[in-house]
Write a protein that binds this ligand. Structure first.
Ligand code: F6R
Length: 244
C-alpha cells in the first residue's frame, strides 16, 4: 500500500484522475471500476474537464460500478445509475452500453446473478474507492464476516445515517443494496482510495496507524493489495496524527 498525503481533496482528485486517464490512454480496452458518493464527484469533474479539453476519450472504455441501492429505479435521483450518468457518463463520449451499474428496480436475485457474471467476465484495470465513516468499502459493512463475491447486503444503520443527507428523510434511504464483495474489489489491478473529512478519521486511523486487518473495518483489507494507493489530504492526516 502506498500512501500519498495531498495538500487538499482537490489535489487527491487531480492525481486520481491522472492515473485513470493514463489507463484509458494506454490500454486498448480499459476497464474501470467506479464508485459513487461525495468523494468521487470531483474525480469525475476532473475527467470531464480532460475530455472537454480533448485530452481524453472514453470511446473504448468500459466501466463497472461498485454498488446500487435495491429498489431504486435508474431514473431515481438517488440511484447510483443516475449519479453516474449525471456526473460522468452523460458528459463524456462513453457508450452507455459499456457501463454497468446493477439495476435497482428489477428482480434482485436475477440481477445479483447478472452482476456476479459481469464481474467474473470483466477484469478491472483500476478501482476507484471512497470509505465510509465506519470503514465500509462499497457496501461491505463492518461485521464478523465479509463476503468475497457480490451480494445483497443489509445497509448498516451508520451508513443509512451518513447517506440520509441525500434523501428527504432517513426513512427514505433504502435498507438493502447490491455490492461487489471484498474479493471482487481486491481483484482490480490497481486501487485508489481517497479520504477527506473529519468523519473519516476513525476509519483512516485503522488504515494507517496499525497493520491490523479486521472485518470490523473492511477498509483494512486494502492493506493486503499489492497496488493500492491511498490519497489522504493534509487536514485529515494531521487530525489522525499520520506523518507519512
Ligand atoms: C459508493 C460507495 C461507498 C462510498 C462511501 C463514502 O459507491 O462505494 O462506499 O465510497 O460511502 O461516501 P462519500 O464519498 O459520500 O463520503
Amino acid at each position: 500500500m502506498k500512501v500519498i498525503i495531498t495538500k487538499n481533496h482537490a489535489e487527491s482528485c487531480q492525481k486520481t484522475a491522472a492515473i485513470m486517464a493514463d489507463i484509458i490512454n494506454n490500454q486498448t480496452k480499459p476497464v474501470l471500476g467506479l464508485a459513487t458518493g461525495g468523494t468521487a464527484e470531483q474525480v469525475y469533474a476532473e475527467l470531464v474537464q480532460l475530455h472537454q479539453s480533448k485530452k481524453l476519450s472514453f470511446k473504448n472504455t468500459a466501466t463497472v460500478n461498485l454498488d446500487e441501492y435495491v429498489g431504486l429505479a435508474p431514473d431515481h435521483d438517488q440511484s447510483y445509475r443516475y449519479f453516474m450518468n449525471f456526473h460522468l457518463f452523460n458528459k463524456v463520449d462513453i457508450d452507455l452500453k459499456n457501463t454497468y451499474v446493477p439495476l435497482g428496480n428489477t428482480d434482485p436475485i436475477t440481477e445479483l446473478k447478472a452482476f456476479q457474471e459481469k464481474l467474473a467476465s470483466t477484469p478491472r484495470h483500476f478501482q476507484l474507492l471512497g470509505v465510509g465513516p465506519n470503514g465500509h468499502i462499497a457496501f461491505n459493512e463492518p461485521s464478523a464476516t465479509l463476503h468475497a463475491d457480490a451480494h445483497i447486503v443489509n445497509i448498516a444503520d451508520a451508513t443509512i445515517e451518513a447517506n440520509a443527507r441525500y434523501f428527504a428523510s432517513k426513512n427514505d434511504v433504502p435498507k438493502t443494496a447490491f455490492t461487489q464483495g471484498m474479493g471482487d474489489i481486491l481483484k482490480a489491478e490497481c486501487l485508489a482510495l481517497l479520504a477527506t473529512g473529519a468523519n473519516k478519521a476513525d476509519a483512516m486511523k485503522k488504515m494507517l496507524l496499525s497493520d491490523e486487518v479486521t472485518t470490523e473495518y473492511p477498509c483494512t483489507f486494502l492493506k493486503t493489495h499489492p497496488n493500492c494507493i491511498i490519497f489522504i489530504d493534509q487536514a485529515l492526516a494531521d487530525l489522525i496524527g499520520y506523518k507519512g
